[in-house]
Design a protein around this ligand. Sequence first.
Ligand code: IP8
Length: 256
Amino acid sequence: MHAPCKSIVVKLGGSLITEKDKPYTIAWDRLSRAARIIGTYYRRYAEEGLRLVVVHGGGSYGHYAVHEARQKVVIDQLDVARIQLVMNELAIKVARSLIEEKVPVTIIPGHALCPKRKGRCNLSLLIENVVRGMVPLTYGDGIYNEGVVIISGDDLAILAASAINADCLVFVSNVPGVLDEDGVVIPHVSSPNQVPDLTGTSNRVDLTGGMKAKVEKALSFSRDYEDTRIFIVDLEGLEKLLRGERAGTLLSSPSD
Ligand code: IP8
C-alpha cells in the first residue's frame, strides 16, 4: 500500500503531550504513544521518500512560563530566554521519544525560524533538513520584541505544511476532533462558525486561541492549498489516518 500521506506535518498539541494543569509536567503515556505511532509510520514509508515534519505546542511548559513572565510589570530579554529554555527542554523530551522510535529528528526552535516577529519566518532551514531526509521538530516559542511575542505551534505547522507542500496537515489533540455541543465529533468543518463556544473543554481559549483559532487559521490556509488535507484528531485518530482510514474532523473551505 502507498503512504496515505507522502508529505506530512504532524502538530502535537501541548495539552496532549503535557499535563496542561500541572506546570512543567510531561504526559509520558501520551507522548510515548504519539512517538510510537509516528515512528511506525516513518519506518514503514521512509524508503519511499516520506517527508515528515513534527511540530509541538507549549502545554504546561510554554503557556505556564509565559504566564509567569506576565506577572511582571516589564518583560525583559531574560524572561524570554527562560520561556525559550523551557520550550527547548520540552522539545528535547519529544525528540528523545521520537529518536527512540528511530525517527531522525533534528530540533529547530520556533524562535530560530521566526526570529523577528510572527508572520516574518524563514523556513529554509526546515526545508533543507527535509531534503536531506531529516525530520525537523519545531515548536511554539517566544521571541523578544519589546516584551514577549508568542509564536504558536499551529502557525508554524501551517507554515511548514506550505513549505514542504504537504498533502496532509494533522493536528493531534486530546479530543477526537471538533466537537459539537453534545460532545460528538463533527466529521467535516468548513466554517469556524461550526465550532461551538464551549468552556471547560479543550475548545476552551488558551494563550494562543484554542480550537476556534486553530480552525480559522487552518481554513484560511486550505483556501490557498486545496491539495492539503487538514485533520484534527486524537491519538487513536492519528493511528487510523496513518493506516489510510477516515478519522476525526476534516477541515476544508467550501469550494466556490
Ligand atoms: O501551544 C505556544 O504554542 P502553542 C508556545 O502551539 C508558547 O500555541 C511559548 C506558549
